[in-house]
Write a protein that binds this ligand. Structure first.
Ligand code: 1WB
Ligand code: MN
Length: 375
């Protein structure tokens, strides 16, 4: 056995990364990737757009204002003439480059969701109708490629009653696999009573609600206005993580004990915060809600799953496996915002057991999103 093989074997046992220097680990990664290319991979945070929503978002961008999503959205939906359109061709394509990219990289399934901020920046009527259009379009794509795509449904939280109708239609009629919401809506969060019908409906339909990031809401936006802090580098995670902590601490999970929430980006830092959240906010602790039945970590264990989107760090993955268990972690690429090949070699070569790798690469997604064989 040469040094490379030795490293690869150590890696598979979960002890390679600490022994190997970065260069060695990367060298080993190539071999390991080759060997494991049979690994079935379901990517769980994969974005698409439809032309109607692209046009509507362009109008929102042109109307301007102080909302913190606007600077990033401008680079995608209203880029200055002559500049390269960022991500837009990839977001709109569902049958050409995307499938080719999946084939090239051995990705069997993408779980598709309408890209951030979804319909959440439109007025309630526009948002409710565009959610229906987006879901119908997505259903048609999944019908054409039932073995390659699964689907998360959009809805418009601006009108919770219409939202719940569309949630029911998308699961019962369109056979979708869950829901997507892009964090706050008009600076409000889902723990607020006005949105409880949405949580109640997701729980009753027994499908997960994926809380995807968007830029921080107005009330916490100021320090994120410099250095492009508002986007995927930092603000996205702070916004979505704060949303998740609100659900953990507000008591809504006592009201909806079977609700399943999914958050991306290796849990938006929550696994790292869990000890302190428990110390400060467990029942009886100094920052506890007065009626919460469980510790934050107990709600997290019972009600949450995380995905690896955009965090291809083997140490972070191993920490999350130890902290929350391999059954609650799903692989994701974050296509087209993240490149596919490194996300694939990350999961194929991460120093974790083969049992955990299979769970994270596809088995957990099959269970949590009810993706059946051949679909
Ligand atoms: C980026 C990432 C931009 C995401 C986005 O615009 C979304 C980025 C809506 O990396 O710049 C995303 O979904 O992670
Ligand atoms: Mn994303």
């Amino acid at each position: 056995m040469n040094r490379r093989e030795a490293l690869a074997n150590l890696s598979a046992l979960g002890i390679g990364a600490t022994l190997a220097g970065l260069g060695d680990a990367q060298a080993a990664q190539g071999d390991v990737g080759q060997r494991r290319s049979k690994l079935r991979k379901i990517a769980t945070e994969e974005a698409f757009a439809i032309p109607e929503i692209v046009d509507a978002l362009r109008e929102v961008v042109r109307a301007g204002g102080t909302n913190l999503d606007l600077p990033l959205l401008k680079t995608i939906y209203d880029a200055p003439a002559g500049t390269e359109p960022r991500f837009l061709p990839e977001l709109l394509d569902l049958e050409k480059q995307r499938l080719a990219d999946m084939d090239r990289n051995g990705v069997e399934v993408q779980v598709l969701s309408l890209t951030a901020p979804g319909v959440q920046m439109f007025d309630a009527d526009t948002a409710s109708s565009l959610a229906i259009v987006a879901n119908d379009r997505l259903a048609e794509i999944v019908r054409r490629h039932p073995t390659r795509y699964a689907a998360l449904a959009s809805f418009a939280p601006q009108d919770p009653v219409r939202a719940t109708k569309e949630m029911e239609r998308s699961i019962k009629n369109l056979k979708f696999n869950g829901f997507i919401v892009n964090s706050h809506t008009n600076n409000e969060y889902l723990d607020q009573q006005r949105y409880w019908p949405i949580l109640e409906t997701a729980e009753a339909l027994e499908v997960p609600l994926y809380i995807h990031p968007r830029a921080p809401s107005d009330g916490m936006a100021a320090p994120f206005r410099d250095y492009r802090l508002e986007g995927a580098a930092w603000g996205y995670g702070i916004e979505a993580g704060t949303h998740a902590v609100r659900l953990l601490l507000s008591g809504v999970l006592d009201r909806f004990p079977k609700l399943k929430i999914v958050i991306g980006h290796m849990g938006e830092a929550l696994p790292f915060w869990m000890w302190r959240l428990d110390f400060m906010a467990a029942p009886g602790a100094r920052a506890a809600g007065r009626t919460n039945q469980l510790k934050p970590s107990e709600y997290f264990q019972r009600n949450f799953a995380i995905t690896t989107s955009g965090v291809e760090d083997p140490l972070a993955l191993r920490y999350c496996i130890d902290k929350i268990g391999a059954d609650n972690i799903m692989w994701a690429i974050d296509y087209p915002y993240q490149p596919t090949a490194p996300a694939v070699s990350f999961i194929e070569s991460a120093p974790i057991s083969e049992d955990h790798r299979e769970k994270i690469a596809h088995k957990n997604a099959e269970r949590i999103f009810r993706i059946t064989a051949g679909r």
